[in-house]
Design a protein around this ligand. Structure first.
Ligand SMILES: Cc1cc2nc3c(=O)[nH]c(=O)nc-3n(C[C@H](O)[C@H](O)[C@H](O)COP(=O)(O)OP(=O)(O)OC[C@H]3O[C@@H](n4cnc5c(N)ncnc54)[C@H](O)[C@@H]3O)c2cc1C
Length: 450
């Protein structure tokens, strides 16, 4: 016998928990299914920077109020209590592969003097965020089913049936696919067949101590190049919220079978030009991720399933974007029941909002352009970056950083033409290539869940 609900939410990440919380608080009968036994346990890489405080993102200007300990979303119109640890950082430094030069986004020295007011953003604990949301979900009377891996969905006239690996069946008038970037529900709905596949990405991160950095409280991003293939490999370092001397150190890139990212991370720490920063390296924790890169879903609604968060976006909606989506989906579902419109029309407000704040607010192909820009080559990239000596605006919005960097490089075109016409020619050529061609190294070794 299946249990019947108004809404069955699949996935207990930021998007799913927020949907379940709002729909439950608004009086709907809600089930939350999550495959992890411990919903708040973090098993996958996440830098958990509050993305983004410094700029508009997904049409929102979110920020953290440290006095009230609240995440605030003034445009979407909600706030959330956050009681966990956090650590500020005050700029973004993008390094050349030889560690000899970095592009500065934000004036670190000036910003750090301003304290909370000068930060680019803060790194927080996702476990604390999920735990707080989960408490609200429990208080809202939602039936929570941890350890339930959803394996199938059948869409019927009277509602959807959701099947789990343990043999349980749940029925819901509506279903919410908040099952993350490699969403099984989106695949079952055949939505992946209508998306462009751009490849697969993987990476690992360490939480580690024993670093001595030139600027301890910035987001640092060096790009190195794999020795055998020559492919770019991206690194990130940033303060961890879990201890003054702890850092989050990440490496990732295309999921080539030849790429061993653990080896790459160890190379970075022990042998690369950046090894001097790791004076007494000690790893406390290691996490990994693998995810597919798709264009956004053509629609965030099919067969009474609402798609929320990463499940329907390109690479990541960020925790913030997923929570915004969850809030809007939860309210739209409540409205659908109030009006008795138990179909697409009933949740129109969510669908309209999603188009406005996701594909309408940023062009996903620009994100992919960012990933491809190091393909110009190691020496060429180091040369171009070395030209940017001015301090650029402080932003954590990934769609804006390369606009600033490319803008700065564009101002040096005459110099590049004189010094390195070969590089200019390569830049011009790359700018004419379609994104599908640029993403080919990712696509060739990817494995789509279509
Ligand atoms: C390297 C890296 C760095 C990042 N850094 C940041 C950052 O600094 N700031 C930020 O905001 N975001 C960051 N993100 C992105 C962020 O992690 C995601 O955007 C966010 O977690 C998406 O939330 P979600 O609820 O949509 O999906 P998820 O958090 O992925 O949640 C999906 C949930 O569904 C569950 N699930 C999946 N399949 C099933 C199934 N079949 N049955 C039942 N349950 C299922 C999963 O176990 C998971 O709990 C980063 C991601 C990566 C990979």
């Amino acid at each position: 016998m299946s249990k019947t609900y108004d809404v069955v939410v699949v996935g207990g990440g930021p998007g799913g928990l927020m949907t379940a919380k709002v729909a439950g608080e608004n009086g709907l009968k809600v089930a939350l299914l999550e495959r992890k036994e411990n919903i708040a346990e973090i098993q996958r890489c996440c830098a958990t920077m509050f993305a983004v405080e410094s700029d508009y993102y997904f049409g929102e200007r979110m920020y953290f109020n440290e006095k009230q300990s609240r995440f605030i979303f003034p445009v979407t119109g909600f706030s959330l209590k956050y009681d966990g640890p956090y650590e500020n950082f005050y700029g973004w430094h993008i390094y050349t592969s030889d560690a000899r030069h970095y592009i500065r986004l934000g004036d670190y020295d000036a910003n750090i003097k301003k304290g909370d007011k000068g930060r680019l953003s803060m790194a927080y604990s996702k476990g604390h965020l999920l735990q707080g949301l989960l408490k609200d979900v429990q208080a809202a009377g939602v039936d929570i089913f941890p350890g339930e891996n959803v394996v199938d969905l059948r869409c019927k006239k009277e509602g959807n049936e959701i099947y789990t690996a343990s043999g349980k069946v749940f029925s819901g008038v509506f279903t919410v696919a908040a099952d993350g970037v490699n969403s099984r529900l989106v695949k079952i709905l055949n939505l992946n067949k209508e998306r462009n596949f751009y490849g697969t990405m993987k990476g690992i991160n360490y939480y580690m101590t024993g670093l001595k950095l030139p600027h301890p409280y910035v987001l640092i991003m060096p790009t190195l190049y794999e020795k055998k293939s020559g492919y770019p490999v991206s690194y990130f370092l940033k303060p961890s919220p879990f201890g003054k001397d702890e850092y989050w150190v990440y490496v990732g890139g295309a999921a080539h079978t030849a790429s061993n990212y653990k080896e790459q991370l160890d190379y970075f720490i022990y042998e690369s030009p950046f090894a001097q920063w790791f004076v007494a390296p000690k790893v406390r924790k290691e996490l990994a991720h693998v995810h597919n890169i798709w264009s956004p879903v053509p629609t965030p609604f099919r067969d009474n399933v609402l798609v929320v968060g990463d499940a329907g976006w390109t690479i990541e909606a960020e925790c913030t974007g997923s929570m915004m989506g969850g809030l809007k989906a939860g309210h739209a579902l409540s409205e659908a029941f109030k009006e008795g419109n138990l179909d697409r029309d009933g949740v129109k407000n969510y669908i309209d909002w999603w188009y406005r704040h996701f594909p309408g607010s940023q062009n996903y192909t620009e994100f992919l352009q960012i990933m491809c820009s190091p393909l110009i080559g190691e020496e060429e990239s180091n040369y171009l970056f070395s030209l940017v000596t001015e301090t650029l605006p402080c932003t954590l919005n990934p769609f804006n950083i390369y606009k600033y960097i490319n803008g700065a490089i564009a101002q040096k075109v005459d110099r590049i033409q004189k010094e390195r016409p070969d590089v200019l020619q390569k830049m011009m050529h790359m700018s004419t290539l379609p994104i599908e061609t640029l993403m080919d190294p990712f696509k060739r070794t990817g494995f789509p869940n279509s």
